[in-house]
Design a protein around this ligand. Structure first.
Ligand SMILES: *[C@@H]1O[C@H](CO)[C@@H](O)[C@H](O)[C@H]1NC(C)=O
Ligand SMILES: *[C@@H]1O[C@H](CO)[C@@H](O)[C@H](O)[C@H]1NC(C)=O
Ligand SMILES: *[C@@H]1O[C@H](CO)[C@@H](O)[C@H](O)[C@H]1NC(C)=O
Ligand SMILES: *[C@@H]1O[C@H](CO)[C@@H](O)[C@H](O)[C@H]1NC(C)=O
Ligand SMILES: *[C@@H]1O[C@H](CO)[C@@H](O)[C@H](O)[C@H]1NC(C)=O
Ligand SMILES: *[C@@H]1O[C@H](CO)[C@@H](O)[C@H](O)[C@H]1NC(C)=O
Ligand SMILES: *[C@@H]1O[C@H](CO)[C@@H](O)[C@H](O)[C@H]1NC(C)=O
Ligand SMILES: *[C@@H]1O[C@H](CO)[C@@H](O)[C@H](O)[C@H]1NC(C)=O
Ligand SMILES: *[C@@H]1O[C@H](CO)[C@@H](O)[C@H](O)[C@H]1NC(C)=O
Length: 450
């Protein structure tokens, strides 16, 4: 009986171990369980996996990109979902030519020939031989002293990429006056430092801001309300049966953190490449990330659809389209839902009266028009015609002209509610034969003021 029991136990262990390695859609080889110790390294397709099997660390390739990065992703989620990237701005082509290892107490990514780090934790060097790095089941990668694990030198939770996981902090260090930032990826398949970041208010309020290009504030959360456990401008957070959000402020720091009431729920908070912050939860049933809340709405992000793009605001989701007579500048980026490059003319303008104007009913006009004293629609049109760089005009009680790129066109309401008409300058042929890309916005012939 003993023998049978033992062999059956061994048999099951083999199945478990075998399954561990094989049941991995990305064909990685597991070297250690969850730790890399001094003297060890990861290269090529080797990975480590957290003890409970929630997260995996190793080299990955985002989507169809040829670039490889060291990162952490969910092991139990069937859609590649990366939560942290080390060398986001220094991609590599061949993961077998690099080692993720230690150098002078730092965690580094080393070129195997030149031995120069292309990424490092950049801590003041310590020569401890006992340094190790452990991937926690919460997704936190911790660099610590192996002989005294309470001595922590560095944590990926303190150095996030674009994702804030439950248990992580997002805050402000009052001693150094530094705000922690979540910085978006450049595009869906490029983890390089992107254009958007989320950070706490450095002037000490409990607000969070989204900045574009590090300078332009495009969103704010409003102050934290301890009673309702929501930010003033994010009331949807109050549907709060999943997340335990808390705001903590003491002499050293102020930060925001969250946990899940049910720890078997998989959830993440991310700032995506288009500047939207999203709280998502993984659905086993649909094998998809479900949106819990998201801010700002796509069309609230200034110029999200790029030049000559139209942000189409719908009940369930917002989407970018090109204005009639225009096509995406980069169809590849556009298909990846990165529309910030905007749209280009399908047919060049002739300039002068050979061009025409396509009327687009709308409730809101794009920003930054030039106002003119002209007081009739016909003269307003002629004024635009007379300047080659004039792209559009509108006339309500005054004449508005747009020069060059049209940015931030938002198709907010249906033409039923349209209060004004925007006249977009197009080559005459485009007016007669609207290009197929733009067919959804059919020029309307009820041109007001004619
Ligand atoms: C990992 O890479 C090695 C070396 O190229 C290869 O022999 C092995 O089959 C790979 N393992 C998996 C699981 O793809
Ligand atoms: C360095 O990486 C290259 C490319 O994978 C490999 O062919 C070579 O053997 C490696 N050299 C050393 C010293 O590990
Ligand atoms: C660390 O390892 C090196 C080389 O293995 C050895 O020479 C050195 O004495 C060790 N240092 C400590 C503090 O153990
Ligand atoms: C942080 O900012 C406060 C207020 O602006 C200032 O008094 C303090 O000296 C700053 N501390 C550091 C370390 O820069
Ligand atoms: C981003 O900022 C840089 C430097 O501040 C500036 O030169 C550039 O024009 C900005 N880009 C955009 C798209 O605002
Ligand atoms: C919510 O989080 C706070 C702070 O982390 C913690 O003290 C509290 O116990 C949590 N509440 C529940 C119900 O988990
Ligand atoms: C603030 O930092 C000091 C020095 O690191 C530490 O002794 C103290 O306990 C901290 N206070 C709080 C409230 O975390
Ligand atoms: C926690 O979530 C899991 C997975 O969604 C579910 O099966 C379980 O019933 C939940 N537990 C509680 C106490 O709600
Ligand atoms: C503008 O909105 C209306 C009403 O929602 C819709 O029918 C139309 O297709 C939209 N046009 C474009 C170009 O998105």
């Amino acid at each position: 009986m003993d023998t049978i029991g033992n062999s059956s136990w061994l048999f099951h262990l083999c199945i478990i171990l075998f399954g561990f390695v094989v049941d991995n859609k990305r064909h990685h080889t597991v070297v250690a369980v969850d730790t890399i110790s001094s003297g060890d390294s990861l290269t090529g397709n080797q990975t480590i996996i957290s003890t409970g099997g929630n997260f995996e660390l190793g080299f990955f390739k985002p989507g169809k990109s040829q670039n490889h990065y060291i990162g952490i992703w969910y092991k139990k989620v069937s859609v590649q979902t990366v939560v942290w990237v080390a060398n986001r701005d220094t991609p590599i082509l061949d993961p077998f030519s690099l080692k993720f290892t230690f150098l002078d107490g730092n965690l580094v990514l080393l070129n195997n020939v030149s031995k120069t780090p292309i990424w490092s934790t950049n801590l003041a060097s310590n020569t401890l031989n006992t340094t190790q790095v452990v991937l926690g089941d919460d997704g936190n990668l911790v660099l610590r002293d192996g002989s005294n694990p309470n001595v922590v030198y560095w944590r990926s939770f303190d150095n996030p990429t674009d994702t804030w996981l439950p248990g992580g902090k997002l805050g402000f260090n009052k001693r150094t006056n530094q705000s922690q930032k979540l910085i978006s990826w450049r595009s869906r398949e490029d983890p390089a430092t992107g254009f958007y970041n989320l950070q706490s208010d450095s002037s000490g309020t409990s607000q969070y801001f989204v900045y574009r290009n590090n300078s332009e504030q495009i969103w704010k959360s409003g102050e934290w309300n301890e009673e309702s456990k929501t930010f003033q401008l994010v009331p949807e957070m109050s549907l709060n049966y999943i997340f335990n959000y808390s705001y903590i402020s003491n002499v050293n720091e102020s930060y925001f953190t969250y946990s899940l009431y049910n720890s078997s729920i998989i959830s993440r908070f991310v700032i995506d490449f288009s500047g939207r912050i999203q709280q998502l939860t993984w659905s086993e049933t649909t094998q998809k990330w479900n949106l819990f809340w998201s801010q700002p709405k796509l069309c609230d992000v200034f110029g999200i659809c790029g030049p000559f793009g139209n942000c189409n605001q719908q009940d369930t989701y917002d989407s970018c389209e090109c204005l009639p007579g225009f096509a995406p500048r980069s169809p590849t980026d556009w298909s990846l839902k990165d529309s910030s490059g905007g749209c280009v003319r399908s047919t060049p303008l002739q300039c002068g009266s050979k061009d025409g104007f396509s009327p687009i009913p709308t409730s809101g006009l794009p920003d930054k028009p030039l106002y003119s004293e002209i007081d009739s629609a016909e003269e307003c049109k002629s004024a635009c015609e007379a300047t080659c760089s004039c792209s559009a005009y509108a006339f309500d009680y005054r004449c508005q002209l747009w020069d060059g790129d049209i940015i931030n066109f938002n198709n907010v309401t249906s033409s039923r509610y349209a209060t004004t008409v925007f006249y977009l300058r197009l080559a005459a042929t485009e007016i007669r034969n609207p290009s197929p890309v733009s067919s959804s916005l059919v020029p309307v012939s009820t041109a007001a003021g004619k």
